[in-house]
Design a binder for this molecule. Sequence first.
Ligand code: TXA
Ligand code: MG
Length: 360
Amino acid sequence: MAYNKMETRMITIKEENIEEDSIESLLQEAGEILKRGGLVAFPTETVYGLGGNALNRDSSRKIYAAKGRPSDNPLIVHICKWEDIYQIVEQVSEDAEKIAGAFWPGPLTMILPKSQMVPYETTGGLDTVAVRMPSHKVAQKLIAYAGGFVAAPSANISGKPSPTQAKYVAEDMDGRIDMIIDGGEVGIGLESTIIDLTVSPPQILRPGFITQKMLSEVLGEVETDVTILRADSGQVPKAPGMKYRHYAPKGELTIVKGPREVVVEYINSEAKKADLAGEKTGVIGTQEMLINYRAQVVKSVGSREDELSIGKHLYTILREFDDENVTKIYSEAFDTQGYGQAIMNRLLKAAGHNVVDLTI
Ligand code: TXA
Ligand code: MG
C-alpha cells in the first residue's frame, strides 16, 4: 500500500507545560485524529513514535505504508494504565505483573499472548503482542485521549535511525502523516528493551535502557537472544524487526576495537589513506579521545564516563554523517556489558557487523 500525500501539522508540547489548558486541548485534538484512524508522531522517553489506533486494522496498514515498512514486522501497542493490558493480552502472567511493577511506566516492552481484540495487522500476523507503557507525559496523555491503545513503531522511514528529535521525524514523515508533536529532544535515544514472556526462561529480544541484570533481579533467570551481538550465529532473530538491516549509513562504517592508542593509530592511518583516495572521512569518538583523531569530520558521541550520553547521541550522529555525505566512517567500540550492550547492538547493525579487532 502506498501512503496518501497529505498536509502534516506540526505542534509543540513540552512535558513541563503538560498541565496547561491550551495544551490539554491540543492533546485532545491529537487524540481525536488517532481515534478517527489518522497518524500522529509523538515523543516518548526512548525515541519518537509514529502512532495509530492499535485496534484499527486500517490504521496499522497506514503505519506500514508511511514508514515503507514490511508488514510482517509487528508494532508495539502503547498503553497508559495497567488495567488496559487485560483487554489486549490473553493471559497476563505473574512475571508480567512483576516487571510492570518494577519498570512501568518506562522503556520496557513485553511480549505476551494477544487477545482477540488486537488485529493481526498490528501484530504482523503473530499470536503475540508487544505492549509498552511509556513514562513520557505527552505520550501518556495522548494515549489516554486516543482511547487507550496506540500502535507506535519508531517514527523513521524504514531503514533510517529512530528519530530522537522532531526535526528528524519531519525529515522522514512530512507529507505522510497527519500530525507531529514536537516535545524536544528525547531523554534516552535508543529504543526500549524488549522481553519475551511467552518463553521460559524469559528472553531479551532487543537490549535497551532496562538491562539484563535489572530484569533478572526481578525475574530470576533471563536469557538474551544470541543474535543480538553476533553476526555469525546462523540464527534468525526472534523479534522480526531485528532481522532487517536496521540502518546503513550512506558511508561505510567500520568499528575499531582494541586498546585506545592502537585504535587511534589505526583510525588515523586508515583515514589518511582514504583521504588520499578522495573519500570524505569521519570518526565517531568519545569526548575523552576526540583531540587525537585526524579525519575530515570528527564527532563526539558522548563521554566514556557516561554511557547514557553515548546512547542519547548515537542516532543523531549517524544522521549527521549522512547529511554531510561522509563516505568512510570509523567508530570506537563500546563495552558490551550492561547498557553498553544496547549501544553496541545498534552500532553493529549500522556497521553491518564490520569490525576490526586489534585486541592483543
Ligand atoms: O522505544 C520503543 O520501543 C519505540 C517507541 C516509539 O516506543 N518503538 C519502537 O518500535 O522501537 P519499532 O516498531 O521500531 O520496534 C519494535 C520491535 C521490532 O523489532 C518488532 O519486530 C518487535 O518490536 N516486535 C513487536 N511485536 C513483536 C512480537 N509480538 N514478537 C516479537 N517481536 C515483536
Ligand atoms: Mg524502529
